[in-house]
Design a protein around this ligand. Structure first.
Ligand code: HEM
Length: 525
């Protein structure tokens, strides 16, 4: 009755309704055809995998792992709405990953859509392919592997731990208040990176927990970049064109980051000209760009390159380290047996360095800070860090494009236009890859019967990537994380605040949505 009234009183609405019905009936066969030809999971007629993708956009890592488990296989396709070009192959199949990252590396560059989505990275190492990437990689690899840089890393991590991290935690312990350990790890990684990359000292990790323009702008940019990953390209491009929403925030952050880095570059140049002693990657790169024998000498737009490359190093080193440490502390706090074993190893190491008083009893100063070199040989600590990275890889995905049509080892086919998402997060959670106990935090799986570390299983452990684009910061990451973990666990009890809910924040870096609220107490051993 109501509908009749509505239709008779609004003939225009009726007409629109009838036209829409006709359109729907005409397009329906096409929609059904797309549905039948698509191999995508959770395919909705007309909308592709879009609705499931949107529904799970805040928990993509976990959703992917669930889909792999429910399908019982290591790859699936995602299709965008009908007529859209959006198509992904998501895989956690170790042989596929090895094939893409190593065996047929040249067929799977980052590609133009990655470059477009991550335009803030400019021509930095993360964002380039082919010969340009090879040149930047050669330079970065040589620098990261140099003795000077490794010494700078060891000294700087010791200094930041001793002079900033431990005094701050001692202060929190004294106050008896709780603190967000994820924030502390992020501040630690920021100060460390600013020091070894830009050669400057920042005090972002200090009792006052100050704000920092560069750190805040980098956070804003990351947040906004996340939206670009989960929204259709046309949508974020439209927002960018109109200068609204997340895109507006990104533009502001982009400008700020560039401005601050350009300042750092000009100050370092001035210091070099004035003959002031400098350290860090920035000054090494400035010198290399002016050195006729260097591979970087022929590069055009030298300052733009410097800015982009330093930004890439900063982003590469900060969020990965802070994520790796935060998940590690959380896992250890939930697994007291692991904490006990780490402490036993540290006590053994420290007892070889104890001083003795006049009665012959050993004296151990508080706080006790271990040297980075001493920590290198610790088997259990290394195993626990690998185990934590297996379950919570700081970069949960890697994204690749396709140059030529190819078939992956598990039979999945990929062709130009499709994007591949390598789900490192899921690899660690597949029983058919890591065994039925794959969800358990078990450092023992990394230790052989003779007590030695099992050589890293390169065929199923990907947190640092594998192949030609393996992380150049892998060694320094272990140095850094061991220094922090040893100092924190040896000198403090870390206890997650009761009722604090920990869950992964979506995409790019695997942070915790609500941080990691902990209580800190002084520990004397
Ligand atoms: C736990 C810590 C870390 C993890 C898990 C990690 C992981 C990764 C991964 C997965 C990639 C490949 C990314 C891609 O291809 O898109 C990568 C690349 C890279 N990482 Fe790390 N990273 C860590 C720490 C660091 C640190 C501390 C630095 C240096 C300050 C660093 C520097 C780099 C660079 C420069 C690349 C680019 C390599 C290339 O494209 O050739 N990383 N890292």
């Amino acid at each position: 009755m109501h509908l009749e009234y509505l239709l008779s009183s609004c003939p225009f609405i009726l007409k629109v309704f009838l036209i829409l019905c006709c359109l729907f009936l005409c397009v329906l066969p096409l929609g059904l055809y797309f549905k039948n030809t698509s191999k995508a999971v959770n395919y909705w007629i007309f909308f592709g995998t879009g609705p499931s993708l949107l529904w799970n956009s805040k928990r993509l890592s976990e959703w992917f792992a669930e889909v792999f488990i429910s399908l019982g296989k290591g790859s699936f396709y995602i299709d965008g709405p009908m007529f859209s070009k959006l198509r992904y192959l998501v895989t956690c199949h170790p042989q596929n990953i090895e094939y893409i990252l190593k065996t047929n590396f040249n067929n799977f560059p980052k590609g133009e859509s990655f470059r477009e989505a991550f335009d803030i990275l400019g021509d930095g190492i993360f964002n380039v392919d082919s010969d340009r990437w090879r040149m930047q990689r050669k330079m970065a690899h040589a620098e990261f592997a140099s003795r000077e840089f490794k010494t700078l890393v060891s000294n700087t991590s010791h200094k930041v731990v001793q002079e900033q991290l431990v005094p701050l935690l001692a202060h929190v312990a004294e106050q008896g208040s709780s603190i967000d350990l994820q924030d502390i790890c992020s501040r630690f990684a920021f100060d460390f990176n600013i020091s070894v990359i830009l050669g400057r000292h920042e005090n972002y990790l200090s009792i006052e927990l100050p704000s920092n323009e560069l750190a805040a702008a980098a956070d804003d940019a990351q947040e906004a970049l996340l939206y670009r990953q989960i929204r259709p390209t046309f949508f974020w491009k439209l927002l960018r064109m109109c200068g609204i929403g997340e895109e507006r925030k990104l533009k502001k952050a982009h400008k700020k980051v560039h401005h601050i880095l350009e300042d750092y570059i000009s100050h370092t140049r001035e210091d070099l000209l004035a003959g002031i002693k400098t350290y860090g990657l920035l000054s090494t790169y400035i010198r290399a760009l002016e050195d006729k024998t260097s591979i970087l000498f022929s590069l055009p737009k030298k300052d733009t390159f410097l800015r982009d490359e330093m930004l890439n190093f900063l982003i590469a080193g900060r969020d990965t380290i802070s994520s790796g440490l935060s998940w590690f502390f959380w896992l250890v706090s939930k697994t007291p047996a692991v904490e006990t074993k780490i402490l036993e190893e540290l006590i053994f190491l420290s007892s070889s360095k104890d001083r003795e008083d006049e009665t012959g009893s050993s004296i151990r100063n508080w706080p006790w800070i271990f040297g980075a070199e001493d920590l290198k040989g610790l088997v259990y600590l290394h195993a626990a860090l690998c185990e934590s990275l297996r379950l919570y890889p700081p970069l949960p995905f890697n994204r690749k494009s396709v140059v030529k049509k190819d078939q992956l080892p598990d039979g999945s086919t990929v062709a130009p236009g499709i994007e591949i998402l390598l789900s490192f997060y899921s690899v660690g959670r597949m029983p058919w890859v890591w065994g039925e106990d794959c969800l358990e935090f078990k450092p023992e799986r990394w230790i052989a019967e003779n007590g030695k570390l099992i050589t890293e299983p390169v065929d199923k452990f990907f947190p640092f990537n594998i192949g030609p684009r393996t992380c150049v910061g892998k060694d320094i990451s272990f140095t850094l994380m061991k220094s922090v973990v040893a100092a924190v666990l040896f000198n403090f009890h870390v206890e997650v605040v009761k009722g604090h809910h920990v869950c992964p924040k979506p995409f790019i870096n695997l942070h915790m949505t609500n941080g990691l609220k902990v209580n800190i107490k002084k520990r004397t051993i």
